[in-house]
Design a protein around this ligand. Structure first.
Ligand code: NAP
Length: 295
């Protein structure tokens, strides 16, 4: 058996096109503000791509860069100002923040109506309650990739590896809202391989390269690999690296029915879902109808 590859590039491109089309039909341009604190190179790469894609989708981007030694009070004040600014529809605070800043204190002053990352307590509560709200982008990307296969999700056993606030927990809740039967596994879970073999949909989000082996995968299962791990790649030259997932891709492909690669899978969905959330937030705040194709 060789798994069908879930083409994150194609699904994300199609979603970005739908977002751009939706944004063009609105009465005004949505604005996304991205706040980054410090010099972490990977975070700056992510933020630049968010800024670029926001503008490519026909929306306004505000890129706010604060030095690494910015006091917590100043970051809080910046987010408070953006929350109060009527022209701003979405606010994203790039994580992780420098160690001296309490991320929760920053999220606590972020207007939930503009919480395009879905990380405030209000957004999390609405997700737990199954109420409408802004959902975390990467987990939404997983659901959209799963749906792109055409496989019926209701009744499937979804096993999520990882229970972080950013990925694992919201992914589990979103698959529950799709009527999956959901199990959340973590570092204290017993017999992970045995549990994973019961999964119709396996969603590893732990951050350990190729941790999930082929014989953990049930024949025909869907595997959505969230992991992004940078590892040495001496074959590409000295000091070079490459990105791999939490799944041993070749082994798992021989068992799975569907598999999302890394790179080229879930990671590409995250920014597309951020753009989608920005349009949804703008519509909800400004009383605009959500354009067809985006709800
Ligand atoms: P995290 O906050 O470090 O959480 C990792 C989770 O994995 C924790 O719940 C941890 O369990 C669990 N875990 C760690 N080692 C384990 C083990 N040996 N067995 C079972 N569970 C284990 O990471 P995260 O922010 O959720 O991110 C997870 C991965 O997704 C990372 O590779 C990250 O780079 C990637 N990611 C990708 C995207 C994207 O756009 N595709 C976005 C965000 C994150 P405990 O709770 O018990 O410690």
């Amino acid at each position: 058996v060789t798994a069908a590859i879930i083409d994150g590039k194609a699904v994300a491109a199609e979603l970005r096109a739908r977002v751009a089309q939706a944004a063009s039909q609105l009465l005004g341009q949505p604005t996304l503000a991205v706040v980054i604190v410090g010099d972490d190179p990977a975070s700056h790469v992510y933020v630049r791509s968010k800024v670029r894609e926001t503008e490519a989708a026909g929306m306004i981007s505000r890129h706010i860069v604060l030095p690494a030694d910015t006091a917590q009070a100043a970051v809080v004040a910046q987010v408070q100002a953006l929350s109060a600014d009527p022209d701003v529809d979405g606010i994203l605070v790039q994580l992780p923040l420098p160690a001296h800043i309490d991320a929760q204190a920053v999220l606590d002053v972020l207007d939930p109506a503009k919480d395009v990352d879905g990380l405030t307590d209000t957004s999390a509560g609405r997700l737990v309650s199954g109420k409408a709200g802004l959902r975390p982008c990467t987990p939404v990307g997983c659901v959209l990739l799963a749906k792109s296969t055409g496989v019926r999700l209701a009744g499937k056993h979804a096993v999520v590896l990882g229970r972080s606030i950013l990925v694992g927990r919201p992914a589990a809740l979103l698959f529950l809202l799709e009527d999956c039967t959901v199990t959340i596994a973590h570092s204290k879970t017993r017999d992970l391989p045995g549990l994973c073999r019961t999964a119709d949909i396996l969603i590893p989000a732990i951050g350990r390269p190729e941790f999930v082996r082929g014989d953990w995968v049930k024949d025909g299962a869907m595997v959505l690999d969230v992991g992004i791990n940078r590892v040495p790649a001496p074959e590409k030259g000295e000091g070079k690296t490459r990105v791999i997932g939490d799944v041993a891709f070749d082994e798992a492909s021989a068992r799975a029915g569907w598999i999302s690669p890394v790179p080229g899978g879930v990671g590409l969905m995250t920014v597309a879902c951020l753009l989608r959330n920005t349009v949804l937030a703008a519509c909800a705040r400004r009383g605009w109808a959500v354009p067809a194709g985006l709800s």
